[in-house]
Design a binder for this molecule. Structure first.
Ligand SMILES: Cc1ncc(COP(=O)(O)O)c(C=O)c1O
Length: 432
């Protein structure tokens, strides 16, 4: 693949990430290595500020979905870039607070938040809790009553929209484990309770329909259903809905057939739809919130590996094995995710060898790229797999007792370690 995007260059046949040679990075920090471009992350955040937050002042909000990739340094970057943060667990909340991220700018998500997580979040003044069901409201009311707090809350609904993506990453269908069903006798009593509650402040509605989406139609469809709910809330309770959060899900380029669409493509029609609907019904237009994860970090990150065993099975397949695999990138095995790769030290050569890039873990499904087109590989080459910035480090495991890879942030000609490579000792530190 030809590397695309502002963060890549090829000089003297070698791949560069910003101004640093990928080969040098592999030598200096070892492999497997996740490498992020500070500039590429900043570019996406800037796009969100310019084309959404500043375009619709007072009516737009953006939180980075930390599940895609969260470390203390990433939390600090997001704070500096002026976005809020969305977390889904006590661990993500802890990471953000440790990095000095203000609790009031954090949104707490999750379909099964534990009582301990809710206590911690409410106690520390989390900005919003996104309530996922009726019994969660019971818990929040009990905790708020005890702590003498009033908690701003959004209510996640399942808008019953099918999004064109892998089944494992569609989240807005009727049978989804996420959100409150749209059934009248479930949804409105819950919202009515929230509006009347002394423990929560009803801040609005939330939906997230799926991930890696390229079409704005399912967002508009989900928004249409949500606006009907807004109207019904007004009719039943005389209450306004201050915000509708539309989640994340904006698709990125993993392979040559895909192209990331600008945020404008998704968000302008949504903003207009809200305006038009509310003007027609005499309602105050709710603000719109987004929670992109993948689209901020996905293309900004790559993984560098060292090639090892090369196995050419006549008439079948040629494997180029690398020194990582499903322990640092589970996505191909988990939901058939596709990637493209280049040999960083042969980036100037014609890529005409069709191979499967496989990992070193004991599973047949441990493949990173099926049918990759590479220059002729040899042991010791540095392979760069593109667009691994989202949901790879975040989902890394120690399967086969492989230590977790290090993460390096490149900024111009500087490269700094933001996550140290795990040692064997650290890997078994909790094992008695
Ligand atoms: C509620 C919610 N918001 C935001 C996101 C981020 O999605 P993406 O990384 O596709 O932008 C997710 C992903 O699962 C989610 O569940």
């Amino acid at each position: 693949m030809t590397p695309q995007g502002e963060m890549f260059d090829v000089k003297d046949g070698v791949l560069y990430i910003e101004d640093v040679s990928a080969v040098e990075l592999a030598e200096r920090f070892g492999t497997p290595l996740y490498v992020y471009s500070r500039g590429a992350i900043a570019a996406r955040c800037r796009e969100i500020r310019e084309d959404f937050l500043e375009r619709w002042p007072g009516r737009a909000a953006a939180a980075y979905a930390g599940k895609a990739f969260l470390t203390p340094e990433m939390a600090r970057i997001i704070e500096r870039e002026g976005l809020m943060l969305d977390v889904v667990s006590g661990g993500e909340f802890f990471t953000a607070l440790k990095a000095g991220f203000p609790a009031g700018r954090i949104k707490f998500h999750g379909n099964n938040k534990t009582k301990a997580e809710l206590e911690e979040a409410i106690g520390r003044g989390v900005g919003h809790i996104v309530v996922d069901g009726t019994d969660e409201l019971d818990l929040i009311e009990e905790i708020c009553g005890r702590l003498g707090k009033r908690q701003p809350a959004l209510f996640r609904i399942a808008p019953e929209v099918e999004a064109a993506t892998h089944d494992h990453i569609t989240t807005g269908k009727r049978d989804s484990k996420f959100g409150v069903p749209m059934d009248e006798h479930i949804l409105y009593p819950l919202i009515g309770r929230a509006i009347a509650s002394e423990s929560v402040i009803f801040e609005g509605l939330h939906f997230h329909i799926g991930s890696q989406l390229f079409d704005n139609a399912p967002y508009l469809e989900a928004m249409e259903r949500t606006l009907d709910v807004v109207l019904e809330i007004h009719r039943r309770f005389g209450s306004a809905v201050p915000m509708i959060a539309v989640g994340g899900g904006f698709g990125i380029r993993y392979t040559a057939g895909e192209e990331r669409r600008p945020y404008l493509y998704f968000l302008d029609p949504l903003m207009r739809q809200v305006e038009t609907f509310c003007a027609a019904h005499g309602l105050k237009a709710p603000a719109v919130g987004i929670e992109p994860g993948r689209s901020i970090v996905g293309e900004a990150g790559v993984t560098l590996y060292r090639a090892g065993a090369i196995k050419d099975i006549p008439g079948a397949v040629k494997y180029v094995s690398v020194d990582g695999g499903m322990s640092d990138n589970i996505r191909p095995a988990l939901y058939g995710a596709e990637y493209e790769a280049v040999i960083a030290n042969k980036a100037g050569q014609t890529a005409s060898d069709r191979v499967t890039v496989c990992g070193k873990l004991c599973e047949t499904g441990d493949r990173i790229v099926d049918g990759a087109l590479l220059a002729e590989a040899s042991r010791g080459d540095v392979l760069c797999v593109f667009a691994t910035g989202a949901y790879c480090y975040a989902m890394a495991s120690n399967y086969n007792k492989i230590p977790k890879a290090a993460v390096v942030l490149v900024d111009g000609a500087d490269a700094s370690v933001i996550v140290r490579r795990q040692s064997y000792e650290e890997m078994i530190a909790c094992e008695m």
